[in-house]
Structures are given as C-alpha cells and as structure tokens.
Design a protein around this ligand. Sequence first.
Ligand code: PEP
Ligand code: MN
Length: 309
Amino acid sequence: MNNLKLTGRRPGDSMRVIDIGGVRVGEEFVVIAGPCSVETEDQTIRTAVAVKEAGAKMLRGGAFKPRTSPYAFQGLGLKGLKILDKAKRETGLPIVTEVVDTRDVSWVGEYADVLQIGARNMQNFSLLREAGKSGKPILLKRGMYSTLEEWLNCAEYILAEGNDKVIVCERGVRTFETFTRNTLDLSMIPAVHAESRLPIMIDPSHGTGIKYMIEPMSLAAIAAGADGLEIEVHVDPPSALSDKDQQLTPDEFKAMMKRLQALLDFMGANAANEAESARKGDALPAGSPAGTRAVGPQGPRDPFADAMD
Ligand code: PEP
Ligand code: MN
C-alpha cells in the first residue's frame, strides 16, 4: 500500500500507543463496553457500573444513532451526552461515542474521550477531516463494503490533519452470508498490524449480531492479536431501543470477561516464557507457531521481526 505516508508501517516502525485518560491502547488489552444507545440515565449508569466491575476500561454508548430507518430511534443527542458525562463522573471510565455530522464534531468532543466514526460514515471525508482537526482519539470503524486499503486510507485522512490518535475497528462486512448480521473478518487483525502502525479493535456485537457468537469471536480476536474489543451490553436487552438481539446482559458480560482474561493470562505467560527462552538462546519447540511469529496482546507482533533478525 503505497500512499499510506503516515499510517503505513515500514520495517523498524513500532506500533502506536494511544493514551486515553491513562488507558494505553496498543499496549494493554482494552475492552470498550456499554449499551448500543444511551436511553435513560438509569440504564446507562447501571450498565457503566457493571461493565467497569467486570473489567471494561472504557464506556461506549450512542447518543447519535445512524439507523437504517428514519423512523427508528435516532438517539438522545445532547441529553445522551450529558448522561454519558454523568456515567463517566460516577465510574471514571472514558467515554466512546459516535459523531455523525461534521457540525457536531467540536461540541461532541467536549463530552467524548474517543469519537467513534461509524461504518456508514467511514468514507465521509469531510467528517474524517473534521475528526482529524479535533485532535481527539478516533475509533474508525470499517465500512461494511470497504477493503483494507480503503479503510486505512480513511485513517490517513485523519492523520493527514495532524491527529495520529486513530484506532481502527473491524465490525464485519457484507457477504452472501445472511445467517450472521455481517461477516466478521478477523483476518484484518494481522493485516492491519502488518500494513499499519495503528491498533485494531474488534466489534463482535455488530460483526455477528448474535449473542452466542460474541464470546467465541472475542476469544478468536484475542488469539489473533487484537488490541481490544468493543462490546454492547444492556441492563435489559429485550427492552433496548436498538440492537436488542446482540446486547449482552451485565452477568453474561462478566462471565465472558473471566474467560477472556484466562486466555489473555495464558498468552501473556506464554509470551514471557518465549522471551525468556530467546534470552537464554533455547531453541523453540519444533512446530511452534511462535517459532515463526508470536501473536497476542502481550507478545511481539512485529511481522518484520523475522526479516530484521
Ligand atoms: C455502533 O457501534 O454503535 C454502530 C452503529 O456500529 P457500526 O457503525 O459498526 O454499525
Ligand atoms: Mn448497536
């Protein structure tokens, strides 16, 4: 990919680390969780407290909802942002929320710690430029019909405005498969790490649209080296005003987080053992995938590592 002057990765380049109120994306594994939409203060704050207790490091919640139908719930707007602000004051969790209009970027940025640009707006170039000018960390979701090159070029629009705080988020693409809401493309994890310096998160909620797939896809994302996850959680999913079929309850989220942590711990211990073996000059066991390239949040993820050794 030739034209990624700022986003592209060259041999020797390290991954970017993005500090969001002390949460270091690209260095630590980060789970963003919260409701699809901010609906009420009670719903949002109860969800925020629960996801924090379960280990989420940031709170998501839409105040501006890009909906398929103009008659569907469009979000609470400013009222929603004020609720998110209150949830932040109660939990300390940084806020991730979507901005859909160039005119809103600066004032939404007063409430958001991370501005999300949704799949439907990935190639809204004026919005990307405005997001770049804001200097805020940006979570850039992959458009549902977009290639890796198109997606990284959209990140480049933001970086070209002097804002290098971009995290990309895979959320599934449209394919012939209709069983799942989208086809979650986990191959983008190593691809983004190979082609760019940006951290990549995975959104298995929109990526599958099916509750029982969220945990297996999250585990797979961790195993493939994702930098984090974005997951929808609602205190009462059947009553949700948007995406009720894919939101986890706080209890389901908490149980899943325990199993994700077990995998993260295993991978961290494994990476530490490998580093120790490498330091001592031990040969790696035959057939070890780590012998060719270690993966995982705690492991080296440098696709050029073999070439540079
Ligand atoms: C969302 O995360 O709230 C959302 C609308 O996701 P996407 O833009 O990926 O559809
Ligand atoms: Mn949603």
